[in-house]
Ligand binder design. Structure first.
Ligand code: ZN
Ligand code: ZN
Length: 351
């Protein structure tokens, strides 16, 4: 079915072949999880070219693909497939300049068409099997939150909390983290992408934990924010505004809604509460094989949500010098709305 999607793209763009060089699309289209190699897809052939380190694995994982075993850097092993191709779609967001130069040297007369946007778009509508893997990755992240909420003690460092999150996910079946774990406390929590440091957790700190894992090739992504010690009225005002926004956004998301309108609906609530300047990123992003994929729920996105999208919903408010709050769930989009996949509690925890 995925191969068929790729072939439909070929005929839509009237090209003779698709050249896939990135991990994300190589894995998506073929099932091959090795770290080297490339795919060639034409109307009647599907070929995986990879080297001897991966032969056994490739035969098993990419069963719908012919295998060409070899190592080169000039794409010459693709000659039998590409010699008659006049036009080839390639991933212009992935190919390095040096690879591009080698490719052009080997195939000087072929027209190469940039197709990253169209190719990445193939991964948007998740199958039930993909959704199952995403849910499994997310259930590890949810279990990690209930563990970490009991584990956190005042005086621990951000690094200790981050290490425990990562250790717990691995012990519970994760292959790896899906991105560098964020544990940001106190004033650092006002930086949306502060990672983790030796700073100890202090009374009155917001602690933003944004993390996720990879399970069978698919990512999860969750953010929860807690307060160390007792929450003040300022903590509560900021937290309740983010939560209200997050819940409202979850209610309106559905197939057919433009990504821009989704972002705007959330942004309006935060603006009306007087925190417009403090929501400094977009509402969410797609998640799948990659932690950030299409569609982006941002003010500039040209996309419309469609059936099968898996996206995050993660508004935030960040006050320089004081701290920040972000709450992030993942959702599966259909015509009926957004099925929320994350189950960790969202009431403000005082730890
Ligand atoms: Zn996140
Ligand atoms: Zn995210």
């Amino acid at each position: 079915m995925k191969l068929q999607k790729a072939r439909n793209l070929l005929s839509r763009l009237k090209a003779d072949a698709l050249l896939i060089t990135s991990f994300k699309n190589r894995y998506y289209l073929s099932g091959f999880s090795g770290s080297a190699g490339y795919l060639l897809i034409t109307a009647d052939r599907a070929v995986l070219i990879t080297d001897g380190r991966y032969t056994v694995q490739a035969k098993k994982e990419a069963e719908n693909f012919e295998l060409i075993d070899g190592a080169e850097t000039d794409y010459s092993l693709a000659m039998p497939i590409l010699k008659n191709a006049r036009s080839v779609i390639f991933e212009d967001d992935e190919l390095t300049v040096s690879s591009w130069n080698r490719l052009k040297k080997t195939y000087p007369d072929t027209e190469f068409i940039p197709g990253a946007g169209d190719i990445n778009n193939l991964r948007r509508a998740k199958t039930q099997d993909e959704l199952k893997k995403i849910k499994a990755a997310l259930s590890i992240a949810d279990a990690t939150f209930s563990h970490i909420a009991r584990f956190i003690k005042r005086g621990m460092t951000e690094n200790e909390v981050a290490a425990e999150i990562e250790h717990f996910m691995r012990k519970n079946g994760a292959a790896k983290t899906s991105f560098d774990t964020i544990c940001a406390s106190g004033a650092m929590s006002a930086l949306p992408h502060h990672q983790a440091s030796g700073k100890p957790l202090c009374e009155g700190d917001f602690l933003v934990m944004d993390y996720g894992c990879v399970f069978e090739g698919y990512c999860s992504d969750i953010t929860r924010t807690v307060v160390i010690g007792k929450a003040s009225s300022r903590h509560r005002e900021i937290y309740e505004t983010v939560l209200k926004t997050q819940l409202a956004a979850e209610k309106i998301l559905r197939a057919g809604l433009s990504a821009r309108d989704a972002d705007k609906a959330a942004r309006d609530i935060i603006e009306n509460a007087g925190f417009g300047k403090n929501f400094s990123h977009s509402l969410g992003h797609g998640v799948g094989i990659e932690i950030h994929e299409l569609p982006n729920l941002s003010p500039k996105s040209p996309l419309t949500l469609s059936h099968g999208d898996v996206v995050t919903i993660e508004p935030g408010i960040y006050i320089e010098g004081f701290g920040g709050v972000r709450i992030e769930d993942m959702a599966y989009i259909s015509e009926n709305g957004a099925e929320i996949l994350t189950s960790s509690p969202k009431e403000l925890l005082e730890l």
